[in-house]
Design a protein around this ligand. Structure first.
Ligand code: SAH
Ligand code: SF4
Length: 370
C-alpha cells in the first residue's frame, strides 16, 4: 500500500479509509479533528488514538502540507503565499484581513484553461488540476499558521471566509473541488457556513447544476459583459455557454443556494465594458431575471494584458446607474496590489525560487482588533 496523504479526504473519504484499516467510524472523526482542528502532522501527537492505530497509520498514511516557496506581505496586511506544486508549477493563496474577519482566496488549478483576456492566470495557460489535498492544504496551512502568528486564543479561528477566486476555474476541477468544499464545511473540519464559502465561476453551466445538487455554497459568477458579443472575446467560455443559458443556470442554483442572490462579478475595463449604455443593458438583462448583487472589480493590470483600469469616476457612474435601478452594487476594494495579490494578478511564477527564503517578509497584521 502506498502512503496516502490524509488531506486528500473529506470525512466520508477518511471514514472509508479507516474502515479499510479495520477501524471504527468514530476513529476517522477523531483523526479528522486532529488534522483540521488542531493542524497536527504527526500521528504520535494524537493522544486519544490507540498506540496501535497510530503506528498503523504511520506506515500507510501521512499529513503532507504543500511546500511553501515564498511569502509576501502587503502594506495593507494582505499576505500572499506561493506554494510549489511540483514540475515547475506553483499556485498562490491570498489572505485578506478585514476588521472582523479574515478571508482566504484559494486556487483550484495551476493555470487556467478558460483564457480570459483580462486575467493573468488565463494568459499563463493551463498546467494541471490541483488535487483535493492540494486545495485543502492551502486552508490548512493558512489557518494553522495564522493562529500562531496572530496569537489567537483557543477556539478562535483565523479564516472565517473562503473564496475560490485564486488561480483556476474551480468548476473545471469539479471532482477535486467538492470533497475540498465538504472539508471546509464540516464541523469536524473548518466548520464554515455555506454562506461563507464562495465558488466563483466563469460560467460552466452543467457544473453549476451539479454543485447545486452536491454541495450548494455561495455562488459568484464572472459576468463582465451585458451581451454575448462583448462577453465572447473577454470570457471565451461564453461561446459554449452563452449568457442566456448562464442566467437560467443561476436561477436554478438559487433554489438550493445558501444565499438568496447570486453575486455577479464585473471587471471594469477602460473603454471596453464600462460605458453608461453597458450599465443600462445590464439592468435590462438582470433586473427581472435573476436575484443578484453586482460586484464591480477595478481591473488589476498586469504586463501583456494591453488593457487599462477604468477611471474611478466611470466606475462610480456605472455603479450609480445600477443602484438607481434597484440592483445592489458594490465596488470591490483593491487589496494587495503592491504584491500582485489582487484579483487576476495571480500567475504562480516561481521566479527566484532559490531566493525564496530571503524573500519572506513579515508585516504586522491584525484581524481581530481587541
Ligand atoms: N475562474 C474563476 C475564479 C478565479 S478568478 C472565475 O473566473 O470566476 C476570480 C475573479 O477575479 C473573477 O471574477 C475574475 O473575473 C476576476 N479577475 C480576473 N482577472 C482580473 C483582473 N486582472 N483584474 C480584476 N479582476 C480580475
Ligand atoms: Fe480562468 Fe477565472 Fe482567470 Fe478566466 S478569470 S482565465 S476563468 S481564472
Amino acid at each position: 500500500m502506498s502512503v496516502v496523504n490524509l488531506l486528500e479526504f473529506d470525512l466520508d473519504g477518511l471514514t472509508a479509509f479507516c474502515e479499510q484499516l479495520g477501524e471504527k467510524r468514530f476513529r476517522a472523526t477523531q483523526l479528522f479533528r486532529w488534522i483540521h482542528h488542531k493542524g497536527a502532522t504527526d500521528f504520535a501527537q494524537m493522544s486519544d488514538l490507540a498506540k496501535s492505530l497510530r503506528e498503523k497509520l504511520a506506515g500507510v498514511a501521512e499529513i503532507k502540507p504543500l511546500p511553501l516557496a515564498s511569502e509576501q506581505a502587503s502594506a495593507d496586511g494582505t499576505i500572499k503565499w506561493l506554494f510549489d506544486v511540483g514540475a515547475g508549477d506553483a499556485v498562490e493563496t491570498v489572505f485578506i484581513p478585514e476588521d472582523e474577519r479574515g478571508t482566504l482566496c484559494i486556487s483550484s488549478q495551476a493555470g487556467c484553461a478558460v483564457g480570459c483576456r483580462f486575467c493573468s492566470t488565463g494568459h499563463q495557460g493551463f498546467s494541471r488540476n490541483l488535487s483535493t489535498g492540494e486545495i485543502v492544504a492551502q486552508l490548512w496551512f493558512a489557518e494553522h499558521h495564522l493562529r500562531k502568528r496572530l496569537s489567537l486564543r483557543e477556539g478562535e479561528r483565523a479564516i472565517d471566509n473562503v473564496v475560490m477566486m485564486g488561480m483556476g476555474e474551480p468548476l473545471q476541477n469539479y471532482s477535486a473541488l467538492v470533497p475540498a468544499l465538504r472539508t471546509m464545511l464540516d464541523d469536524h473540519g473548518y466548520g464554515l457556513s455555506r454562506r461563507r464559502v464562495t465558488v466563483s465561476t466563469s460560467g460552466v453551466v452543467p457544473m453549476i447544476d451539479r454543485l447545486r445538487d452536491d454541495c450548494p455554497v455561495a455562488l459568484a459568477v464572472s459576468l463582465h459583459a451585458p451581451n454575448d458579443a462583448l462577453r465572447d472575446p473577454l470570457v471565451p467560455l461564453n461561446k459554449k455557454y452563452p449568457i442566456d443559458e448562464l442566467l437560467d443556470a443561476c436561477n436554478r442554483y438559487l433554489d438550493a443556494a445558501p444565499r438568496d442572490f447570486i453575486t455577479f462579478e464585473y471587471c471594469m475595463l477602460d473603454g471596453v465594458n464600462d460605458q453608461p449604455e453597458h450599465a443600462r443593458e445590464l439592468v435590462a438583462l438582470l433586473k427581472h431575471r435573476v436575484a443578484c448583487k453586482l460586484n464591480l472589480i477595478p481591473f488589476n493590470p498586469f504586463p501583456a494584458s494591453g488593457l487599462k483600469r477604468s477611471p474611478r469616476e466611470r466606475v462610480t457612474a456605472f455603479a450609480k446607474i445600477l443602484q438607481d435601478a434597484g440592483i445592489v452594487t458594490t465596488v470591490r476594494k483593491t487589496r494587495g496590489d503592491d504584491i500582485d495579490a489582487a484579483c487576476g494578478q495571480l500567475a504562480g511564477e516561481v521566479q527566484d525560487r532559490t531566493n525564496a527564503a530571503t524573500r519572506m517578509t513579515r508585516a504586522p497584521i491584525r484581524i481581530h482588533p481587541q
